[in-house]
Design a binder for this molecule. Sequence first.
Ligand SMILES: *[C@@H]1O[C@H](CO)[C@@H](O)[C@H](O)[C@H]1NC(C)=O
Ligand SMILES: *[C@@H]1O[C@H](CO)[C@@H](O)[C@H](O)[C@H]1NC(C)=O
Ligand SMILES: *[C@@H]1O[C@H](CO)[C@@H](O)[C@H](O)[C@H]1NC(C)=O
Length: 403
Amino acid sequence: MTELGWIIVALVLFISCAAGRTEAHYGWTTLDWLSAHNASHELHNVTTADGYQLQLQRLPQPGARAVLLVHGLLGSSLGWVCLGPARSLAFQLHQLQYDVWLANLRGAYPYGRQHTELTDVMDAFWSFSFHEHGAYDLPAIIDHMAEVTGGEQQSGEADKEEPTRQVLLIGHSQAFNAFLVLCSLHPRFNQRIQLMQALAPLSRLHRQVRFDAAHVRSLMKFVKKRQKSSKLELFPPGYLRKLCQIKHEQCEYYAKQYAGSAKSNKRLLEAFNYEYLLQGGSAREIKHLQQIWKSGDFIAYDYGPMQNMKIYNGVEALRYNLSQISVPTILYFGETDAIATPEGVHAIYARMLNSVRSVKRIESPKFNHFDFLIAGEVRTLVNDKLIELMEKFLEGKLSYIIE
Ligand SMILES: *[C@@H]1O[C@H](CO)[C@@H](O)[C@H](O)[C@H]1NC(C)=O
Ligand SMILES: *[C@@H]1O[C@H](CO)[C@@H](O)[C@H](O)[C@H]1NC(C)=O
Ligand SMILES: *[C@@H]1O[C@H](CO)[C@@H](O)[C@H](O)[C@H]1NC(C)=O
């Protein structure tokens, strides 16, 4: 064989090995990632006031500052580990000696699928949106963290006061909505959360999302179809991956809508390859986001006038009282984000002048919604910045910069 021939064979072998190695990761869960990298971790079970049993993962650093990472719509704790120790935020924070906690909200597979009475094939299991994430899941999780870390801190000291231990919160996308619900419905958490860092936050969707009415209609048609056939889980694990194998072009179209930071489109479809990354989600989550999108206000789920009367004591859905929120907040946006657009994020800022301490643009001409989780450059573009600003904030040196 000619020398060129050998080079080509070697290259092909190298490329297929590299590809093979990556693909093996696509089927991994959060625990697979933690185990594969020998990351010391703990599992914590938390039961919410309405019976959901959530599993949290912790990369423990007893006595250190506690950081809670909260996933968004169609997410789970996997999003914070799935690029491995070199690039994923959970590993990075742990290397920096933070006490890292990974939330799994109800609906996330496989860690948010248990309930004391329901199973995840029942309609009642899926009757939730970000409202329940904020009203029930986050309080249970943060209280549990305080209980555990408080016990580690003061070993034996009898202090039955309301725990004051503070948590640093980092959330992607819809996690911001859950945070707003948490702090407006349960104001005591305003004192418990030291800082909220919101990546690609939603909540102001009116005239701000970058997709057109036809797309929303087709999405709602899909949601309705699933609701009708009592498939209330929007995307079961692996659903999008299979769909992408069959309808490659449609998939590429959506990938372009919601991801794609690099100059090449090589990583575009990456998020869809993960069996467990974009999964779960209830039809009601989408419906609630649509209601916000239509109403232009941050409202609780609209059940219709009759039910609203029973639940909210009025024909209209409850408006969350955002002036309750006093947690210092940093907002991050990507230039080309189709869901949390720069305009949308600035509108959140305008609405929350009292708590927003900084608004940061990700320094890349192309940065979209799911790039916050899977972009090759996520470490330098997002994680390093986020850690830098968090540390500045903790030292009292965060500058008020609105980008
Ligand atoms: C994890 O530990 C096992 C057993 O000690 C070892 O074989 C493996 O190389 C380690 N993996 C990493 C990524 O450190
Ligand atoms: C948490 O729940 C899982 C599944 O229900 C169970 O296997 C595990 O033992 C529990 N862990 C703890 C620490 O209670
Ligand atoms: C919203 O919360 C603020 C601050 O606690 C309070 O002053 C105001 O009365 C509340 N508004 C409503 C409509 O409840």
